[in-house]
Design a protein around this ligand. Structure first.
Ligand code: C2O
Ligand code: CU
Ligand code: CU
Length: 479
Protein backbone atom coordinates (compact mmCIF):
# COMPACT_ATOMS: atom_id res chain seq x y z
CA UNK A 1 0.00 0.00 0.00
CA UNK A 2 1.15 3.51 -0.85
CA UNK A 3 -0.22 6.38 1.28
CA UNK A 4 -0.88 9.53 -0.73
CA UNK A 5 -1.80 12.15 1.85
CA UNK A 6 -0.09 14.04 4.64
CA UNK A 7 -2.36 12.33 7.20
CA UNK A 8 -3.04 15.68 8.92
CA UNK A 9 -6.12 17.60 7.91
CA UNK A 10 -5.10 20.26 5.39
CA UNK A 11 -7.48 22.72 7.12
CA UNK A 12 -4.98 22.82 9.98
CA UNK A 13 -1.96 23.59 7.82
CA UNK A 14 -0.11 26.84 8.14
CA UNK A 15 -1.07 28.90 5.11
CA UNK A 16 -3.05 31.74 6.56
CA UNK A 17 -1.46 35.09 5.73
CA UNK A 18 -3.12 36.78 8.69
CA UNK A 19 -1.13 34.48 10.95
CA UNK A 20 2.12 35.59 9.36
CA UNK A 21 2.38 32.88 6.73
CA UNK A 22 4.88 33.71 3.98
CA UNK A 23 5.17 32.04 0.62
CA UNK A 24 8.64 30.90 -0.34
CA UNK A 25 10.57 32.46 -3.18
CA UNK A 26 14.07 32.38 -4.64
CA UNK A 27 15.65 35.85 -4.64
CA UNK A 28 16.72 37.19 -7.99
CA UNK A 29 20.07 36.13 -9.34
CA UNK A 30 20.45 32.99 -7.20
CA UNK A 31 21.83 30.14 -9.31
CA UNK A 32 21.40 26.46 -8.50
CA UNK A 33 24.29 25.23 -6.35
CA UNK A 34 25.34 21.80 -5.13
CA UNK A 35 23.76 20.88 -1.79
CA UNK A 36 26.26 21.34 1.02
CA UNK A 37 26.79 18.06 2.82
CA UNK A 38 28.02 19.14 6.26
CA UNK A 39 31.43 17.53 6.78
CA UNK A 40 31.73 14.92 9.51
CA UNK A 41 33.07 16.44 12.75
CA UNK A 42 36.51 14.96 13.44
CA UNK A 43 37.05 13.80 17.03
CA UNK A 44 39.92 15.40 18.98
CA UNK A 45 40.97 11.91 20.00
CA UNK A 46 39.69 8.41 20.32
CA UNK A 47 40.75 5.62 22.66
CA UNK A 48 38.98 2.28 22.64
CA UNK A 49 35.40 3.07 23.45
CA UNK A 50 35.98 6.71 24.38
CA UNK A 51 35.81 9.61 21.98
CA UNK A 52 36.49 13.33 22.54
CA UNK A 53 35.00 16.25 20.61
CA UNK A 54 35.08 20.03 20.81
CA UNK A 55 32.07 22.05 19.78
CA UNK A 56 32.71 25.74 19.36
CA UNK A 57 29.82 28.18 18.97
CA UNK A 58 31.29 30.86 16.79
CA UNK A 59 30.48 33.86 14.64
CA UNK A 60 31.00 33.70 10.93
CA UNK A 61 30.00 35.04 7.53
CA UNK A 62 28.29 32.94 4.96
CA UNK A 63 27.45 33.36 1.28
CA UNK A 64 23.75 32.59 0.98
CA UNK A 65 22.98 35.15 -1.70
CA UNK A 66 24.98 36.92 -4.41
CA UNK A 67 26.59 40.10 -3.07
CA UNK A 68 27.34 40.63 0.60
CA UNK A 69 27.87 37.66 2.89
CA UNK A 70 25.43 37.20 5.77
CA UNK A 71 26.67 37.47 9.36
CA UNK A 72 25.88 34.10 11.00
CA UNK A 73 26.54 31.85 13.98
CA UNK A 74 27.45 28.18 13.76
CA UNK A 75 29.16 25.19 15.38
CA UNK A 76 32.77 24.85 14.18
CA UNK A 77 31.45 26.25 10.91
CA UNK A 78 30.09 29.63 9.82
CA UNK A 79 26.50 28.38 9.76
CA UNK A 80 24.78 25.29 11.14
CA UNK A 81 27.66 22.92 11.85
CA UNK A 82 29.40 19.74 10.92
CA UNK A 83 27.73 16.37 11.42
CA UNK A 84 28.66 14.55 14.59
CA UNK A 85 28.61 10.77 14.16
CA UNK A 86 28.31 8.65 17.31
CA UNK A 87 28.00 4.90 17.78
CA UNK A 88 25.67 3.28 20.29
CA UNK A 89 27.65 2.19 23.34
CA UNK A 90 30.36 4.83 22.89
CA UNK A 91 31.43 7.00 25.80
CA UNK A 92 31.50 10.57 24.54
CA UNK A 93 33.37 13.54 26.03
CA UNK A 94 32.49 16.95 24.71
CA UNK A 95 34.08 20.33 25.30
CA UNK A 96 31.43 22.99 24.78
CA UNK A 97 33.10 26.25 23.87
CA UNK A 98 31.38 29.57 23.57
CA UNK A 99 33.09 32.07 21.25
CA UNK A 100 29.91 34.11 20.81
CA UNK A 101 29.27 37.55 22.31
CA UNK A 102 26.49 36.18 24.57
CA UNK A 103 25.66 33.12 26.63
CA UNK A 104 24.40 30.03 24.89
CA UNK A 105 23.50 26.43 25.81
CA UNK A 106 23.99 23.14 23.95
CA UNK A 107 20.84 21.04 23.83
CA UNK A 108 20.97 17.51 22.42
CA UNK A 109 17.49 17.22 20.94
CA UNK A 110 16.52 13.56 20.72
CA UNK A 111 19.34 12.28 22.89
CA UNK A 112 18.51 10.61 26.16
CA UNK A 113 20.95 12.26 28.53
CA UNK A 114 20.87 13.26 32.16
CA UNK A 115 19.20 16.57 32.89
CA UNK A 116 19.56 19.38 33.30
CA UNK A 117 23.38 19.38 32.91
CA UNK A 118 24.02 17.13 29.94
CA UNK A 119 20.66 17.76 28.28
CA UNK A 120 21.84 21.32 27.85
CA UNK A 121 18.68 23.40 28.01
CA UNK A 122 18.10 26.66 29.92
CA UNK A 123 19.76 25.58 33.18
CA UNK A 124 23.16 24.89 31.60
CA UNK A 125 24.55 28.17 30.32
CA UNK A 126 28.05 28.51 28.90
CA UNK A 127 29.09 32.15 29.15
CA UNK A 128 31.01 34.01 26.44
CA UNK A 129 34.67 33.06 26.36
CA UNK A 130 34.12 30.07 28.64
CA UNK A 131 33.94 26.34 28.14
CA UNK A 132 32.32 23.41 29.85
CA UNK A 133 32.87 19.66 29.71
CA UNK A 134 30.23 16.99 29.62
CA UNK A 135 30.41 13.24 29.09
CA UNK A 136 27.82 10.58 28.49
CA UNK A 137 27.30 7.11 27.09
CA UNK A 138 25.18 6.68 23.98
CA UNK A 139 22.43 4.27 25.00
CA UNK A 140 19.93 4.67 22.20
CA UNK A 141 19.39 3.18 18.74
CA UNK A 142 20.43 4.57 15.36
CA UNK A 143 18.76 7.89 14.49
CA UNK A 144 19.33 11.43 13.33
CA UNK A 145 19.22 13.63 16.40
CA UNK A 146 20.41 17.22 16.58
CA UNK A 147 22.17 19.82 18.60
CA UNK A 148 20.80 23.32 18.95
CA UNK A 149 21.10 26.34 21.20
CA UNK A 150 18.51 26.52 24.00
CA UNK A 151 19.01 29.59 26.23
CA UNK A 152 15.74 30.91 27.61
CA UNK A 153 14.27 33.02 26.19
CA UNK A 154 16.49 33.42 23.14
CA UNK A 155 16.51 29.95 21.64
CA UNK A 156 14.65 31.13 18.54
CA UNK A 157 17.05 33.99 17.83
CA UNK A 158 20.15 31.79 18.28
CA UNK A 159 18.78 29.05 16.05
CA UNK A 160 17.79 31.70 13.50
CA UNK A 161 21.43 32.91 13.52
CA UNK A 162 22.47 29.36 12.61
CA UNK A 163 23.09 27.30 15.76
CA UNK A 164 21.79 23.85 14.74
CA UNK A 165 23.61 20.74 13.59
CA UNK A 166 22.95 17.06 12.94
CA UNK A 167 24.06 14.33 15.34
CA UNK A 168 23.85 10.91 13.71
CA UNK A 169 23.76 7.82 15.90
CA UNK A 170 24.68 4.51 14.30
CA UNK A 171 24.37 0.99 15.69
CA UNK A 172 24.82 -2.68 14.85
CA UNK A 173 21.22 -3.02 13.65
CA UNK A 174 21.66 -0.28 11.09
CA UNK A 175 25.00 -1.76 9.96
CA UNK A 176 23.30 -4.95 8.87
CA UNK A 177 20.28 -3.40 7.14
CA UNK A 178 20.49 -3.36 3.32
CA UNK A 179 19.80 0.37 2.98
CA UNK A 180 21.90 3.25 1.66
CA UNK A 181 24.33 4.36 4.37
CA UNK A 182 27.34 5.96 2.78
CA UNK A 183 27.22 9.52 4.10
CA UNK A 184 27.52 12.07 1.31
CA UNK A 185 27.21 9.48 -1.47
CA UNK A 186 23.82 7.82 -1.08
CA UNK A 187 22.82 9.23 2.31
CA UNK A 188 22.20 12.97 2.75
CA UNK A 189 21.01 15.00 5.72
CA UNK A 190 18.45 17.57 4.55
CA UNK A 191 18.10 20.34 7.13
CA UNK A 192 14.99 22.31 6.16
CA UNK A 193 14.95 25.97 7.17
CA UNK A 194 13.67 29.34 5.99
CA UNK A 195 14.99 32.84 6.57
CA UNK A 196 14.37 36.49 5.78
CA UNK A 197 17.22 38.52 4.33
CA UNK A 198 17.31 42.27 4.94
CA UNK A 199 19.57 45.00 3.60
CA UNK A 200 23.00 43.79 2.57
CA UNK A 201 21.70 40.22 2.94
CA UNK A 202 21.66 40.35 6.76
CA UNK A 203 19.34 38.61 9.22
CA UNK A 204 17.38 40.87 11.54
CA UNK A 205 15.62 38.68 14.07
CA UNK A 206 14.20 41.60 16.08
CA UNK A 207 12.66 43.22 13.04
CA UNK A 208 11.06 39.95 11.97
CA UNK A 209 9.86 38.90 15.43
CA UNK A 210 6.34 37.55 15.65
CA UNK A 211 5.03 35.82 18.79
CA UNK A 212 3.09 33.44 16.55
CA UNK A 213 6.35 32.19 15.06
CA UNK A 214 8.49 33.58 12.26
CA UNK A 215 8.16 32.42 8.71
CA UNK A 216 11.06 33.04 6.36
CA UNK A 217 10.37 33.77 2.70
CA UNK A 218 13.61 32.19 1.46
CA UNK A 219 14.39 28.49 1.84
CA UNK A 220 17.81 27.41 3.05
CA UNK A 221 18.52 23.71 2.82
CA UNK A 222 21.74 22.77 4.64
CA UNK A 223 22.47 26.47 4.18
CA UNK A 224 21.84 26.51 0.41
CA UNK A 225 19.02 28.57 -1.09
CA UNK A 226 18.68 26.66 -4.38
CA UNK A 227 20.38 23.29 -4.03
CA UNK A 228 20.79 20.36 -6.36
CA UNK A 229 22.02 16.85 -5.59
CA UNK A 230 24.01 14.75 -8.05
CA UNK A 231 22.49 11.28 -7.88
CA UNK A 232 25.05 8.56 -8.61
CA UNK A 233 23.30 5.57 -7.02
CA UNK A 234 19.92 4.05 -7.78
CA UNK A 235 18.72 4.53 -4.23
CA UNK A 236 19.22 7.55 -2.05
CA UNK A 237 18.44 7.93 1.63
CA UNK A 238 17.34 11.35 2.83
CA UNK A 239 17.50 12.32 6.49
CA UNK A 240 15.00 15.18 6.76
CA UNK A 241 15.23 17.49 9.75
CA UNK A 242 12.56 20.13 10.38
CA UNK A 243 14.86 22.98 11.37
CA UNK A 244 12.56 25.96 10.86
CA UNK A 245 11.42 28.11 13.74
CA UNK A 246 7.81 27.88 12.61
CA UNK A 247 7.31 26.39 9.12
CA UNK A 248 6.05 22.85 8.64
CA UNK A 249 7.37 21.28 5.43
CA UNK A 250 4.93 19.42 3.19
CA UNK A 251 7.24 17.37 1.00
CA UNK A 252 6.58 15.41 -2.16
CA UNK A 253 8.47 14.61 -5.36
CA UNK A 254 7.68 15.28 -8.99
CA UNK A 255 5.76 12.40 -10.66
CA UNK A 256 4.57 11.50 -7.14
CA UNK A 257 7.68 9.39 -6.79
CA UNK A 258 7.16 6.96 -3.94
CA UNK A 259 9.28 7.36 -0.80
CA UNK A 260 9.85 4.49 1.58
CA UNK A 261 9.93 5.91 5.06
CA UNK A 262 12.35 3.91 7.18
CA UNK A 263 12.90 6.03 10.29
CA UNK A 264 11.40 8.76 12.44
CA UNK A 265 12.84 10.96 15.18
CA UNK A 266 14.76 8.51 17.37
CA UNK A 267 14.70 5.11 15.69
CA UNK A 268 13.92 3.14 12.58
CA UNK A 269 10.27 2.31 12.00
CA UNK A 270 9.34 -1.20 12.99
CA UNK A 271 7.97 -1.64 9.45
CA UNK A 272 8.77 0.66 6.52
CA UNK A 273 5.90 2.72 5.09
CA UNK A 274 5.48 3.72 1.45
CA UNK A 275 4.15 7.19 0.85
CA UNK A 276 4.17 10.01 -1.70
CA UNK A 277 3.83 12.86 0.81
CA UNK A 278 5.47 13.51 4.13
CA UNK A 279 4.93 16.39 6.55
CA UNK A 280 7.84 17.50 8.71
CA UNK A 281 7.09 19.82 11.59
CA UNK A 282 9.60 21.99 13.49
CA UNK A 283 11.93 19.68 15.42
CA UNK A 284 10.86 16.45 13.69
CA UNK A 285 13.02 14.07 11.68
CA UNK A 286 11.87 11.59 9.06
CA UNK A 287 14.12 9.37 6.95
CA UNK A 288 13.10 8.08 3.55
CA UNK A 289 14.69 6.00 0.80
CA UNK A 290 13.89 6.98 -2.80
CA UNK A 291 14.51 4.64 -5.70
CA UNK A 292 15.34 6.37 -8.99
CA UNK A 293 15.22 3.16 -11.11
CA UNK A 294 12.55 4.65 -13.37
CA UNK A 295 14.89 7.50 -14.30
CA UNK A 296 17.96 7.61 -16.50
CA UNK A 297 21.05 9.72 -16.81
CA UNK A 298 20.14 13.32 -17.57
CA UNK A 299 16.72 13.23 -15.92
CA UNK A 300 15.85 15.64 -13.12
CA UNK A 301 13.53 14.81 -10.23
CA UNK A 302 12.37 17.65 -8.00
CA UNK A 303 11.50 17.74 -4.33
CA UNK A 304 8.71 20.17 -3.52
CA UNK A 305 7.11 21.67 -0.44
CA UNK A 306 3.51 22.34 -1.52
CA UNK A 307 4.04 23.60 -5.08
CA UNK A 308 7.41 25.22 -4.41
CA UNK A 309 10.50 23.50 -5.84
CA UNK A 310 13.06 22.97 -3.05
CA UNK A 311 15.75 20.55 -4.26
CA UNK A 312 16.70 19.23 -7.71
CA UNK A 313 17.96 15.67 -7.96
CA UNK A 314 20.08 15.36 -11.11
CA UNK A 315 20.30 11.75 -12.21
CA UNK A 316 23.65 10.45 -13.41
CA UNK A 317 24.56 6.92 -14.43
CA UNK A 318 24.30 4.42 -11.59
CA UNK A 319 24.67 0.72 -11.02
CA UNK A 320 21.62 -1.45 -10.76
CA UNK A 321 20.62 -2.08 -7.14
CA UNK A 322 18.33 -5.02 -6.44
CA UNK A 323 18.47 -4.77 -2.67
CA UNK A 324 15.10 -5.00 -0.94
CA UNK A 325 14.25 -3.02 2.19
CA UNK A 326 13.29 -5.64 4.78
CA UNK A 327 9.82 -5.81 6.19
CA UNK A 328 11.04 -5.42 9.74
CA UNK A 329 13.67 -2.80 10.47
CA UNK A 330 13.58 -2.45 14.22
CA UNK A 331 11.95 -3.88 17.33
CA UNK A 332 10.79 -1.03 19.56
CA UNK A 333 10.71 -1.63 23.29
CA UNK A 334 7.12 -1.20 24.36
CA UNK A 335 7.01 -0.92 28.16
CA UNK A 336 3.89 -1.89 30.06
CA UNK A 337 2.15 1.00 31.80
CA UNK A 338 1.25 0.34 35.41
CA UNK A 339 -2.54 0.84 35.63
CA UNK A 340 -2.04 2.87 38.84
CA UNK A 341 0.21 5.40 37.13
CA UNK A 342 -1.28 8.84 36.69
CA UNK A 343 -2.20 9.98 33.16
CA UNK A 344 -1.04 13.58 33.04
CA UNK A 345 -2.93 15.87 30.73
CA UNK A 346 -0.74 18.43 28.97
CA UNK A 347 -2.53 21.20 27.11
CA UNK A 348 -1.00 23.59 24.59
CA UNK A 349 -3.14 26.70 24.87
CA UNK A 350 -3.64 30.11 23.33
CA UNK A 351 -1.28 32.91 24.40
CA UNK A 352 1.66 30.51 24.45
CA UNK A 353 0.76 28.66 27.59
CA UNK A 354 0.98 25.06 28.75
CA UNK A 355 -1.80 24.00 31.11
CA UNK A 356 -2.80 27.64 31.37
CA UNK A 357 0.63 28.80 32.56
CA UNK A 358 3.63 30.53 31.07
CA UNK A 359 7.03 28.90 31.56
CA UNK A 360 8.94 29.53 34.76
CA UNK A 361 12.50 28.30 35.19
CA UNK A 362 12.04 27.77 38.92
CA UNK A 363 8.81 25.80 38.80
CA UNK A 364 8.56 22.01 38.40
CA UNK A 365 5.29 21.28 36.64
CA UNK A 366 5.28 17.49 36.69
CA UNK A 367 7.12 14.57 38.23
CA UNK A 368 7.57 11.07 36.91
CA UNK A 369 9.36 8.03 38.23
CA UNK A 370 12.54 6.86 36.57
CA UNK A 371 12.04 3.84 34.26
CA UNK A 372 8.30 3.90 34.77
CA UNK A 373 6.27 4.31 31.60
CA UNK A 374 3.31 6.69 31.71
CA UNK A 375 0.62 7.69 29.26
CA UNK A 376 0.41 11.42 28.66
CA UNK A 377 -2.54 13.00 26.93
CA UNK A 378 -1.34 15.99 24.94
CA UNK A 379 -4.07 18.34 23.74
CA UNK A 380 -3.95 21.32 21.45
CA UNK A 381 -6.79 23.48 22.81
CA UNK A 382 -6.79 25.96 19.89
CA UNK A 383 -10.09 26.28 18.16
CA UNK A 384 -10.45 24.86 14.68
CA UNK A 385 -10.87 28.22 12.94
CA UNK A 386 -7.79 30.14 14.09
CA UNK A 387 -5.67 27.29 15.37
CA UNK A 388 -2.50 25.74 14.05
CA UNK A 389 -0.51 22.56 14.43
CA UNK A 390 1.69 22.76 17.54
CA UNK A 391 4.69 20.42 17.51
CA UNK A 392 4.94 18.96 21.02
CA UNK A 393 8.45 17.96 22.10
CA UNK A 394 9.91 16.45 25.23
CA UNK A 395 13.54 16.43 26.29
CA UNK A 396 15.36 13.49 27.80
CA UNK A 397 13.13 10.69 26.55
CA UNK A 398 11.49 9.22 23.52
CA UNK A 399 7.85 8.19 23.38
CA UNK A 400 5.55 5.94 21.42
CA UNK A 401 2.40 7.37 19.85
CA UNK A 402 -0.59 5.45 21.18
CA UNK A 403 -3.58 7.21 19.63
CA UNK A 404 -4.94 10.41 18.07
CA UNK A 405 -8.34 11.42 19.38
CA UNK A 406 -8.77 7.79 20.37
CA UNK A 407 -7.99 6.49 16.88
CA UNK A 408 -4.96 4.67 15.48
CA UNK A 409 -1.85 6.81 15.09
CA UNK A 410 -0.70 7.66 11.57
CA UNK A 411 1.10 4.85 9.68
CA UNK A 412 4.51 6.56 9.86
CA UNK A 413 4.33 7.07 13.63
CA UNK A 414 3.67 3.46 14.61
CA UNK A 415 6.47 1.36 16.05
CA UNK A 416 8.93 4.23 16.13
CA UNK A 417 10.57 6.29 18.87
CA UNK A 418 9.43 9.90 18.61
CA UNK A 419 10.32 13.00 20.59
CA UNK A 420 8.35 15.59 18.60
CA UNK A 421 4.81 15.22 17.37
CA UNK A 422 2.42 17.56 15.59
CA UNK A 423 -0.88 18.04 17.42
CA UNK A 424 -3.81 19.56 15.52
CA UNK A 425 -6.36 22.00 16.99
CA UNK A 426 -8.86 20.18 19.18
CA UNK A 427 -6.81 17.01 19.00
CA UNK A 428 -5.53 14.87 21.86
CA UNK A 429 -2.57 12.64 21.19
CA UNK A 430 -1.89 9.91 23.71
CA UNK A 431 1.78 9.06 24.01
CA UNK A 432 3.65 6.54 26.12
CA UNK A 433 6.66 8.20 27.74
CA UNK A 434 9.53 6.49 29.45
CA UNK A 435 12.56 8.19 31.02
CA UNK A 436 15.83 6.31 31.49
CA UNK A 437 17.66 9.24 33.07
CA UNK A 438 16.99 11.36 36.12
CA UNK A 439 16.96 15.11 36.04
CA UNK A 440 14.88 18.12 35.20
CA UNK A 441 13.74 18.29 31.59
CA UNK A 442 11.68 20.66 29.48
CA UNK A 443 8.69 19.79 27.39
CA UNK A 444 7.34 22.38 25.01
CA UNK A 445 5.98 23.44 21.67
CA UNK A 446 8.79 23.36 19.08
CA UNK A 447 7.58 26.45 17.24
CA UNK A 448 10.52 28.18 18.81
CA UNK A 449 8.89 31.58 19.26
CA UNK A 450 6.07 29.85 21.17
CA UNK A 451 8.62 28.11 23.37
CA UNK A 452 10.50 31.35 24.11
CA UNK A 453 7.24 33.17 24.82
CA UNK A 454 6.28 30.60 27.46
CA UNK A 455 4.78 27.48 25.85
CA UNK A 456 7.13 25.31 27.86
CA UNK A 457 7.11 23.46 31.18
CA UNK A 458 9.43 21.23 33.22
CA UNK A 459 9.32 17.69 34.49
CA UNK A 460 11.47 16.18 37.20
CA UNK A 461 12.37 12.52 36.85
CA UNK A 462 12.67 10.96 40.27
CA UNK A 463 14.69 7.92 41.20
CA UNK A 464 12.75 6.20 44.03
CA UNK A 465 16.13 5.41 45.63
CA UNK A 466 16.88 9.13 45.85
CA UNK A 467 13.46 10.77 46.19
CA UNK A 468 14.72 14.01 47.72
CA UNK A 469 17.40 14.87 45.23
CA UNK A 470 17.43 18.64 44.63
CA UNK A 471 18.42 20.37 41.44
CA UNK A 472 19.81 23.80 41.09
CA UNK A 473 17.35 25.64 38.88
CA UNK A 474 18.42 28.96 37.44
CA UNK A 475 16.14 31.92 37.05
CA UNK A 476 16.06 34.45 34.25
CA UNK A 477 17.66 37.18 36.42
CA UNK A 478 20.79 35.32 37.51
CA UNK A 479 21.31 34.05 33.97
CU1 C2O B 1 14.74 20.99 20.08
CU2 C2O B 1 13.77 22.05 23.85
O1 C2O B 1 14.25 21.50 21.96
CU1 CU C 1 14.85 18.87 22.81
CU1 CU D 1 3.09 26.20 19.37
Amino acid sequence: KVYTDYFYNSEDFDKNHEMGYKDLHIPEGVEAQPLIVPPVLEPDKQENNDVWFTIDSQEGDFQFLPGKKTHTWGYNFPVLGKTMVLTRGQHVHVTLKNSLPELTTYHWHGMELQGPGNDGACHSPVYPGEEKHIDFTVKQPAALTWLHAHPCPSTAMQVWMGLAMGVVITDANEAKLPIPKTYGKDEFPIILQDRIFHEDNQFDYKADYNAMGIFGDTPIINGVVRPYVDVTTQKVRLLFLGGSNRREWRLHFSDDLVMTQIAGDDSFLEHPVKLTKVLIGPGERQQVVVDFSNYKEGDVVNLYTDDFKLVEFRIHSYEKDDSVIPDTLFKPYDPVVNPNSPVPHVTMDNHNMINGKLFSMERIDMKQELMNAEYWDVTNTNDKVNGMLHPFHTHGAHFLVVSRNGKEPYPNERGVYKDTIEVAPQETVRIKVYFQNTGVFMYHCHIIEHEDAGMMAQIQIVDPKEPDKKYHLMDMETL
